[in-house]
Design a protein around this ligand. Structure first.
Ligand code: FES
Length: 110
């Protein structure tokens, strides 16, 4: 079990608790967190689950692997940073208890 705090671009935040086997995207969608649309359902096809891992957590979460980064960089409207991740590709476990994630003001195509 891990608590994750999602911070919106306006500074408001929600903290959610995951169940075993969830991704960062599933936790957000299941709790109706704004800004994680996940239109492809986690198939790494849409980038509407893009988020920024808090800089204090990026070493533990890990930067985006090459294929994920290339996908993000190929989509218009995504401001890719070193801490950019597709939330559908981040598996949650107890080691990420307390994780903080920032949600972009806009998602591509929305
Ligand atoms: S849900 Fe579509 S890329 Fe993550």
């Amino acid at each position: 079990m891990a608590k994750v705090t999602y911070i919106q671009s306006d500074g408001t935040s929600r903290t959610c608790v995951n169940f075993e086997g969830m991704t960062l995207m599933h936790l957000a969608v299941g709790n109706l967190v704004d800004g994680i649309d996940a239109l492809c359902g986690g198939m790494m096809q849409c980038a509407t689950c893009h988020c920024y891992i808090d800089p204090d957590w990026i070493d533990r979460v890990g930067e985006a692997p090459e294929a994920e980064r290339a996908m993000l960089e190929g989509i218009n409207g995504v401001e890719v940073r070193t801490n950019s991740r597709l939330s559908c590709q981040v598996q949650l476990g107890e080691e990420l208890d307390g994780l903080v994630v920032h949600i972009p003001a806009d998602q591509p195509g929305i």
